[in-house]
Write a protein that binds this ligand. Structure first.
Ligand SMILES: [Zn+2]
Length: 113
């Protein structure tokens, strides 16, 4: 069961990194299916995440470890988190415990009343 464990470990790490990415900056929305996600370590670098039938990213982690396995890289996870928070914000729900508190607060502050 080592494989399952390491997959879960990777997944948990990606979740944490996704939150860290959203701390750096919000993803850019190019069109309704395409986002640019800032790199966690290089603010000049951006990864392209597309969402058609399923999510896809052009980073190495996705290409090598996630693609075809139903796994998502941290950039895709960042987009999923981002969409979740936006959706909740649009619905006017105050509870956003899925996202990092600072990120939610920043997002709330940037929403017009
Ligand atoms: Zn990626």
């Amino acid at each position: 069961m080592e494989t399952t464990q390491s997959v879960k470990q990777f997944t948990d790490n990606r979740e944490e990194r996704a939150k860290a990415i959203l701390q750096i900056g919000n993803p850019e929305c190019l069109d309704e299916n395409t986002y640019l996600v800032p790199s966690q370590f290089d603010s000049n670098k951006k990864y392209e995440v597309t969402h058609f039938d399923s999510y896809s990213c052009n980073c190495k982690d996705f290409e090598l470890r996630c693609k075809g396995k139903g796994l998502y890289c941290k950039h895709i996870k960042a987009i999923i988190l981002f969409e979740k928070v936006i959706l909740l914000a649009l619905k006017g729900k105050a509870s956003m415990h899925d996202a990092h508190p600072d990120f939610s607060r920043n997002l709330l502050l940037s929403q017009p009343d």
